[in-house]
Design a protein around this ligand. Structure first.
Ligand code: FO1
Length: 314
């Protein structure tokens, strides 16, 4: 069986490694399951930030400065919405609106989020499989000192400033893995946890009922689950992962991340800056692999992906 790879991804960090993977091997052999806990409604449109970040990244449309949205996009529609008094703190570009309009229309016709995502990806020429983690609605909510905040209100409107005391995924109990996710789990020889936020990006995916058990079973039957640490040198490359880990009382290091994944992963990839933690990772029962995990260039993304794909997993 040719090697099919399943990558679990969230926002910007996940999209970078996903790009590396689809450039390293036949993109048709890569399934990227994406977090949908960040999804929200804006101006009556259903917006999927993590799915769009992966889709735009793989199709070369993405804005490499911000990591999200479309490069060179304009914001005329948003400014006109502002004239009418609509909230404009969530920066949606004119081309980006095209995605949200067609997605909302197709969903209103009864198509599932998976079907809609598949259609949009085909139209953008993608050969890899970008798969929402579930077709049911799951919303990541952060319990903070100023109250419960949906993800975008916390991350964008409040700039991740409020102190986090807890996180829950509203709707998770009723969420089933999407068919594409379940299929990829059964048919992948390698499962890669991309360097995404363990609470906000991979947390919702792993919280779907049965997923952690399925990944554990995969490990038992000579298939590998490989996690890449999103924390390097005690800090996150991008986003609030380190701040949230600290506020929730976790060790803010690659070891703290490894402790979150030790029950499902047998290989843990950490950055060269953290090589002094190898023995702590091994003490958790995981094989520690030291590599350059910071991906600044396309070559970095492909190099990391190739290293992960060539790891001996037996
Ligand atoms: N992130 C921001 O920090 N500011 C924004 O105005 C913003 C707008 C935005 C629009 C569309 C989209 O797909 C993503 C957007 N993001 C923005 C990023 C988004 O909040 C994050 O990518 C994820 O939700 C977390 O990874």
């Amino acid at each position: 069986m040719t090697e099919h790879v399943l990558a679990l991804a969230g926002g910007v960090g996940g999209a970078k490694l996903a790009l590396g993977l689809v450039c390293a091997i036949n993109p048709e052999e890569v399934s990227i399951v994406v977090n949908t806990g960040d999804d929200d409604m804006f101006h009556g449109l259903y917006v999927c930030p993590d799915v769009d970040t992966v889709m735009y990244t793989l199709s070369g449309l993405y804005n490499s400065e911000t990591g999200w949205g479309i490069l060179g996009d304009t914001f005329q529609t948003l400014s006109m919405l502002g004239v009418y008094g609509a909230e404009t703190w969530f920066n949606l570009g004119d081309q980006d609106f095209g995605t949200h309009i067609i997605r909302t229309f197709l969903l209103s016709q009864g198509k599932t989020l998976s079907d809609v995502t598949e259609l949009l990806c085909r139209k953008l020429g993608l050969k890899s499989h970008v798969i929402p983690m579930t077709n049911e609605r799951v919303s990541t909510v952060l319990q903070t000192e100023i109250g419960d905040l949906p993800m975008q209100n916390y991350f964008v409107q409040e700039r991740s400033n409020p102190v986090v005391t807890g996180i829950y995924y509203d709707g998770i109990d009723a969420a089933q893995p999407s068919a594409g996710f379940a299929h990829a789990l059964d048919n992948s020889s390698r499962i890669v946890l991309c360097p995404s936020n363990p609470f906000l990006s991979l947390g919702p995916i792993l919280a779907i009922q049965g997923i952690r058990d399925k990944i554990r079973q995969a490990n038992l039957s000579d298939r590998a689950c490989i996690a890449v640490s999103p924390i390097v040198g005690g800090d996150a490359i991008k986003g609030p992962a380190a701040k949230i880990m600290k506020e929730l009382g976790y060790k803010v290091s690659c070891v703290g991340v490894a402790e979150l994944y030790k029950d499902i992963c047998n290989i843990f990839v950490m950055d060269e800056q953290d090589s002094q933690h190898v023995s702590e990772i091994e003490a958790l029962g995981m094989r520690a692999v030291v590599a350059q995990t910071i991906m600044n260039t396309e070559a970095d993304k492909i190099e990391l992906a190739k290293m992960i794909l060539e790891l001996e997993v037996k």
